[in-house]
Design a protein around this ligand. Structure first.
Ligand code: GZL
Length: 307
């Protein structure tokens, strides 16, 4: 590097080592823990210096962290936006400071696509759709109403908005399938348990639980068994993520179906950071490849699961 920090570029040191500032959502779920491990391990493997901040699921903490990274003149900023909206101002500051931004895991609703180089993450609408399509197939012979309760992810988060949308679109195929209650459990086990207790108190007939992530489903299991019902039998349970504890519940028949959402984004993120730093063009959207699991498939897959 020419060593002249006025070039406005990042803070690449003379040793050419790239510095990345990463703002993480928090540590709310097993998925998030696995995602953080993937990012930290991949940075080490790629020889990238990683500055890491845990925002405890607060947007203002992410904005603060991004501003710090701009001050420190990092080479690349990457983050998983806890909610979709309210990023344009700080992303404009990063752009004005000539620091490229990579969105990982979750996206933003900014109309100005020049505010970030790429979005690496899953298609959450598809995940919701896969969950709904499986249920439609399972309940195609149902004669009467099938009452569904839904544990939504964090309010305003892209995975919550999109999974809800995809699931609703899919179950519209069978008017017997009705979401009778839908509320956020904030992607946490505690939230899932608390809200499921309320659902059970208010609704005598619940046939299906759709939880936007395994952790809320795992919390709901406690409420369901405490209410004297058998999870996976009295109440069909569909979740998203496929982290180890979720896959174990699925293998045990307590869950019935999981749409995978892979947290292992670290290696791709570091590869993108190098390309972006070198000024190479990168695709505007890189979609995570992932699958779905039934109980039988979970039993087979469990021994080899990395997270
Ligand atoms: C999805 C990710 C979600 C997970 C949850 O990519 O943003 O956040 O599904 C996590 O487990 O809390």
């Amino acid at each position: 590097a020419c060593g002249n920090s006025d070039t406005g570029g990042g803070g690449t040191k003379d040793d050419g080592k790239i510095t990345m500032g990463f703002s993480q959502v928090g540590a709310e779920s097993g998925w998030r823990t696995a995602n953080t491990i993937s990012i930290k391990e991949a940075a080490t493997a790629a020889g990238i210096e990683l500055k890491f901040d845990d925002a405890q699921q607060k947007q203002e903490n992410q904005i603060k962290a991004i501003r710090n990274y701009i001050q420190q003149k990092v080479d690349v900023i990457a983050f998983s936006p806890v909610v979709e909206s309210g990023w344009d101002t700080v992303l404009k500051e990063a752009k004005d400071a000539n620091i490229p931004v990579i969105l990982t895991d979750r996206s933003v609703d900014s109309a100005d696509k020049s505010l970030y180089k790429t979005f690496l993450g899953s298609d959450f609408v598809k995940e919701g759709k896969l969950a709904g399509e499986w249920l439609v197939e399972q309940k195609k012979t149902a004669s009467g109403p099938v009452n569904i309760v839904e544990l939504q992810g964090s309010t305003g988060a892209a995975p919550a908005n999109d999974r809800k949308k995809g699931f609703a679109e899919a179950i519209a195929a069978n008017p017997n399938l009705k979401v009778i209650a839908s509320q956020t459990g904030d992607f946490t086990r505690a939230g899932g348990k608390q809200v499921m207790e309320q659902f059970l108190k208010a609704n005598p007939k619940i046939d299906v639980l759709f939880a936007h992530n395994d952790d809320m489903g795992l919390g709901a299991l406690e409420a369901i068994t405490a209410a004297g019902k058998v999870p996976g039998k009295d109440i069909t349970i569909i979740t998203i993520d496929a982290v180890k504890d979720g896959m174990q519940a699925l293998a045990d028949g307590k869950f019935n179906f999981i749409a995978e959402c892979s947290p292992l984004l670290g290696p791709q993120l570091m590869d993108l950071a190098k390309k972006v730093k070198d000024g190479q063009e990168v695709p505007a959207r890189i979609e995570t490849q992932e699958t779905t699991f039934t109980t039988e498939q979970a039993k087979e897959a469990l021994p080899n699961r990395k997270y």
